[in-house]
Design a protein around this ligand. Structure first.
Ligand code: F0G
Length: 458
């Protein structure tokens, strides 16, 4: 492989610096694995030049971002780059790789509110991004850095969404992309996106954690730019979801934000944004950020409950919510810090609870992929445990589009989601929630009868 010249640009040229989240060492440049050379932990971006606690600056930022909503410039139309004062700067703003990411809606979930036991429930749907997941908001930032640093190849290990997103942005940038995904245990929708966008896609006979481990070896040997969420620039892009959310709420702070947890980059990014917004004086308090995991892939829950957060308890992951089938999450320290700083908590939910919550989100006309539905399933438990009060304001972060995993949805409604698994008896919970397609003769009478029947059973 021809090695192109790597151009390592100092972070301060972007108005920021990098800092180890464990030992606090500060860096201008990093190795390709984005880890601290002293202790091996992850790095985060920080901005030494920011004016914090200045109400005039906060107001100026609010006005600038609102003004940009009227602009036709590609950077301003991106729901990420519209907030560029909070991001690492580009050396050449014309080189930003954007697919009009961000700008995601907030939806009402009236039926879900009822089943969770809260007065009102809304969701910010990050699945409404160009490739159908929240990953796009981070990818635009990190791919843009990769272009400026003159990498020819980018790579990620993925449970599917990161790879779909990376492949799209790499294609748009004219870069080559390498995808490492677990063989099986990945939705066809996501795999097909990576192929369509031209990635070199390798299905490895291991799980996500194995793929990520192997990729670390690959980047030691080749000049390939790593685009997993260990890349701190990616999380900077991802954090804009929280900025956009607060702007949509008129800068009034909700009581709770509930996020699914896998590799724990997203919860880390959202928490980082909230702390920065508070420091900049854009918001006056913090919502509690809570992280929900599938019970079969619950390393953060175990780490908090059994180990007081001291060191990571890894697990052998198993869940049908394949996006979060992760047992050794890279960003666990960052996520723990967010729980501590915001007063949030962790919760785990069963396969049946996830499937039911997904159907309920569908029944509000919104829909999401299974991993996103852990938020509603977790919220129910947080309400039952009185961590969330019925009249508190709660935002669920839905991370992936319902069409990401149609096989799961079809199996649920046909009644065979749990066929051949140990959960078969739990499927009774789904009665009244399944909506099977009817196979009828091509006869108007038959359709009318079906409609009348449906009306009666409503
Ligand atoms: N929801 C969806 C739909 C995801 O794809 C992921 C992660 C998560 C939640 C968890 O977010 O890892 O930041 O805690 N997907 C990664 C991937 C791992 O490869 O697509 P996290």
């Amino acid at each position: 492989m021809a090695k192109t010249a790597e151009v390592s640009i100092p972070a301060s040229a972007r108005g920021c610096k990098l800092r180890c989240v464990f030992c606090g060492a500060e860096f201008e440049r990093t190795a390709q694995d984005f880890r601290c050379v002293h202790c091996g932990e992850l790095l985060e971006v920080f901005y030494p030049l920011w004016k914090t606690g200045d109400p005039a600056r906060a107001e100026e930022l609010r006005m600038t971002w609102m003004e940009r909503r009227k602009s036709l410039h590609a950077l301003d139309q991106s729901g990420v780059w519209r907030f560029r004062e909070l991001l690492p700067g580009m050396l050449d703003w014309n080189k930003v790789i954007t697919l009009h990411e961000g700008n995601t809606p907030i939806f009402e979930l009236p039926r879900c509110a009822k089943s969770a036991g809260v007065r009102r429930l809304t969701a910010k749907h990050q699945g409404m991004n160009p490739t159908g997941s929240f990953k796009d908001t981070g990818m635009t930032a990190a791919i843009s850095v990769a272009v400026e640093e003159k990498f020819r190849w980018v790579a990620c290990a993925s449970t599917g969404n990161t790879s779909a997103s990376m492949a799209a942005y790499a294609a748009q940038a004219g870069l080559r992309s390498l995808v490492l995904i677990p063989e099986g245990k990945i939705s066809w929708g996501k795999l097909s996106q990576a192929l369509d966008f031209g990635a070199l896609t390798c299905q490895l006979r291991t799980d996500f954690d194995g793929c990520l481990q192997l990729l670390r070896e690959v980047i030691r040997r080749l000049p390939v730019y790593l685009l997993n969420s260990v890349n701190p620039y990616r999380l900077e892009g991802q954090k804009t979801a929280a900025v956009e959310l607060l702007e949509q709420l008129g800068w009034s702070v909700p009581d709770h934000i509930v996020v699914p947890g896998g590799n724990l980059g997203n919860s880390s990014a959202i928490g980082k944004a909230l702390l920065e917004l508070r420091d900049l004086g854009l918001i006056s308090g913090l919502p509690k950020v809570s992280v929900i995991q599938a019970a079969g892939a619950n390393p953060l829950v175990r780490t908090v409950r059994e180990n007081g957060g001291k060191s990571l308890l890894t697990v052998q992951p198993d869940t049908m919510a394949t996006a979060i089938r992760i047992g050794n999450p890279a960003s666990w320290r960052k996520a723990l810090r967010v729980l501590d700083a915001t007063g949030g908590t962790v919760e785990e939910v069963s396969e049946a609870e996830i499937a039911l919550a997904k159907a309920e989100i569908g029944s509000d006309g919104v829909g999401c992929e299974p991993a996103s539905a852990v938020t509603l399933a977790g919220l129910k438990k947080l309400v039952q445990g009185k961590f969330v009060a019925p009249d508190e304001s709660v935002i669920l972060i839905l991370t992936g589009h319902v069409l990401k995993d149609p096989e799961y949805t079809l199996k649920f409604h046909r009644g065979d989601l749990f066929a051949g698994t140990g959960y078969q008896s739990d499927a009774k919970m789904f009665d009244g929630h399944r909506r099977e397609p009817l196979i009828l003769d091509a006869d108007a009478d038959a359709v009318v009868r079906a409609l009348e029947q449906a009306e009666k059973s409503e």
